[in-house]
Design a binder for this molecule. Structure first.
Ligand SMILES: [Zn+2]
Length: 250
């Protein structure tokens, strides 16, 4: 009976994700692994909406969406889950409604609250990956600490104007640098309202992160490294910094 259920799941995955399964490093086993993974996306703005689209479409088993905000007209030029008729509605609800129609593999769970408040009600963090897509420095320090404490893979991305930063930490090592080690100052707490943004930069930086995330979740031999990528879309420069082991005090 179990074999039959497994075969049906496998046939369903090949039907829906056949082209992705062809990618070396993913294959059928990787797709099956993806269907059992659980990811938390924090923030459903410019970065989080792109992340939600690509990660749901990759066939990840369960995706949690966390955001307290309502959609504003000024969001629409870069936040790809929303259109004019969604203005005033909550980002988590609109995103969930649209995303859950993409496939029958991914379970979408929305949390219409801040990450800080979400943590008060959800002590047990059993994600395979936490993906911080907020533009809030304090939030990133908190989400990085939570992932480190619970040994969960972690990725954070940020953009400003035509530049972006990708950060990932290797959750398997105690000697890995956390977000607070790399970006300690709290006075750079830019809110979305103030920072300059263009849609394609959000799309590019998030796509880079999602590519690494899909490979890492599909196959444990593709684990995320501790690294920073500095990306400038206008000059086409990507600088990759591999992070050395340190004694993280956080
Ligand atoms: Zn640290």
């Amino acid at each position: 009976m179990e074999d039959l259920a497994q075969q049906e799941l496998s046939d369903n995955l090949i039907e829906q994700f056949g082209r992705q399964i062809l990618v070396p490093g993913i294959d059928e086993q990787g797709q099956l692994n993806l269907s059992k993974r659980k990811v938390c996306i924090i923030g459903l703005g410019a970065l989080g909406t792109v992340a939600s689209q690509y990660l749901v479409r990759s066939g990840i088993g369960e995706i949690h969406l966390i955001d307290p905000d309502q959609i504003e007209e000024s969001n629409l030029h870069r936040q790809i889950n929303y259109t004019l008729e969604d203005v005033g509605a909550f980002k988590t609800e609109v995103s969930k409604n649209k995303l859950q129609r993409i496939n029958d593999i991914t379970k979408i769970i929305s949390h219409q609250t801040t990450y800080e408040n979400y943590l008060k009600d959800n002590v047990n963090q059993n994600f395979d990956l936490i993906f911080d897509c907020t533009d809030n420095h304090e939030n990133k320090i908190l989400s990085s600490q939570i992932s480190k404490k619970n040994k969960i893979a972690y990725v954070s991305i940020s953009i400003n104007s035509t530049e972006g930063i990708y950060f990932s930490q290797n959750y398997k090592k105690d000697t890995t640098a956390c977000f607070a080690c790399l970006f300690p100052q709290t006075d750079v707490n830019h809110r979305c309202l103030n920072s300059a943004m263009i849609g394609p930069v959000a799309g590019f930086v998030t796509s880079l992160a999602c590519t690494k995330i899909i490979f890492a979740l599909a196959n444990s031999s593709n684990d995320l490294k501790s690294e920073i990528n500095l990306i400038d879309l206008l000059t086409s420069d990507i600088n990759k910094l591999q992070l050395a082991d340190i004694n993280c005090p956080h």
